[in-house]
Design a protein around this ligand. Structure first.
Ligand code: IPE
Ligand code: IPE
Ligand code: MG
Length: 252
């Protein structure tokens, strides 16, 4: 067993990750930034800033462990309800993150994809995102999906419209519509469904995340706020996942 797959759980027992059972796709709802800041009597923006640091660490560790796809829920279709100054902080942080990190991510073989409709984002944000996607498009080591202005329902509405359009143009026939076809009309086209969905911050809900794709995902919740989430927490989540019995409706 390679040493990189050996970890200490709860600083006592050593646990070993199975190199052959690393989830192909991990999706994370990066939640708890605001409460993290509040607890420290800091403005919410500081929580978001601290959350960006966690992104750096988790992308690095995911790549090291051989995760193929890492999807990070960064902004939902419902997050527009937040105060203007918080929205502007989030957009600014996104631009800063991309400006600072894209070259390094590119060097590390990270391919960036966007899930969601970013046309409502400030133009600078859209440009940085397009640049990041373009620069990293040939990379193959790990896919980093940034879910931005993403909503599972919105994604399905969009897919239905696209399918209706292709039916009208007779590109497809009614009989062609099946699960596989629908999977090809959503943002995660060509990607495996998430094996593991992680939500820190104590909430136990999906908040409109990957509704189609999560049919057989394993869930892992934790009270840790996203800014405090460490690579060891990721390892623990994967370890838990590896010890689950996934039956997909069948019998073992
Ligand atoms: C997650 O943290 C970041 C986004 C939703 C953009 P929150 O801002 O939701 O933090 P809490 O849930 O209020 O603590
Ligand atoms: C989900 O978190 C969205 C992101 C982390 C981007 P929220 O904080 O928006 O979810 P709710 O409101 O607690 O369900
Ligand atoms: Mg939240």
């Amino acid at each position: 067993m390679l040493d990189i797959f050996k970890f200490k759980k709860d600083s006592q027992k050593e646990f070993v990750l199975d190199i052959n059972k690393i989830p192909a796709h991990i999706a994370i709802i990066m939640d708890g930034n605001g409460r993290w800041a509040k607890k420290r009597k800091l403005p919410r923006s500081m929580g978001h800033k601290a959350g960006v640091e966690t992104i750096r660490k988790i992308v690095k560790e995911s790549k090291r462990l051989g995760v193929g796809y890492l999807t990070l829920y960064a902004f939902s279709t419902e997050n527009w309800k937040r105060p203007k100054d918080e929205l502007s902080t989030l957009m600014q942080l996104l631009v800063l993150y991309l400006k600072k990190e894209v070259d390094e991510l590119n060097k590390n073989g990270v391919k960036i994809n966007v899930l969601g409709d970013i046309s409502k984002f400030p133009i600078e944000c859209q440009n940085e995102l397009k640049r990041a996607v373009k620069i990293t498009s040939e990379n193959v080591d790990i896919n980093l999906n940034l879910a931005l202005n993403y909503g599972g329902r919105d994604e399905l509405v969009r897919a239905v419209k696209l399918i209706a359009n292709d039916l009208e143009k007779q590109k497809i026939k009614n009989e062609d519509i099946n699960e596989e076809l629908i999977s090809n009309y959503i943002y995660t086209k060509g990607m495996p469904d998430p094996d593991l969905i992680i939500r820190p911050s104590g909430e136990k809900r999906l908040s409109n995340f990957l509704l189609w794709q999560c049919a057989y995902s394993e869930f892992w919740y934790s009270d840790i706020a996203w800014p405090d989430f460490t690579k060891e927490d990721l390892q623990k989540a994967i370890f838990d996942y590896q010890n689950r019995d996934r039956r997909f409706g069948g019998i073992k």
